[in-house]
Design a protein around this ligand. Structure first.
Ligand SMILES: [Cu+2]
Length: 73
C-alpha cells in the first residue's frame, strides 16, 4: 500500500524557469515520486512521494546531482 508523503523543499541555485522545469522533470521521473513541482520565483519545490518506494534523501540527492541544493522546509 502506498504511504504518500508530501514535502516542501527550499531549493538553492536555480537561475531561471528552465532550471525549475529541469528539476521538476527529473523528480517526476524518479522512482516512487508521484507528483513534483518546482518554482523558480519562490525558490521552492513540492514533492509527493511513496515512502514505500523512495525517501527524502534520495529525492534531495537527485536534486543535488543536477547541481542544486535542496532541503526540506
Ligand atoms: Cu536556469
Amino acid at each position: 500500500m502506498a504511504q504518500v508523503k508530501k514535502v516542501t523543499l527550499n531549493i538553492q541555485g536555480m537561475h531561471c524557469n528552465s532550471c525549475a522545469s529541469g528539476i521538476q522533470m527529473v523528480l517526476q521521473s524518479t522512482d516512487g515520486v508521484l507528483n513534483a513541482s518546482a518554482n523558480y520565483d519562490a525558490k521552492k519545490g513540492e514533492v509527493e512521494f511513496d515512502e514505500e518506494r523512495t525517501n527524502i534523501d534520495a529525492i534531495l540527492k537527485a536534486i543535488e546531482q543536477l547541481g542544486y541544493k535542496a532541503m526540506p522546509q
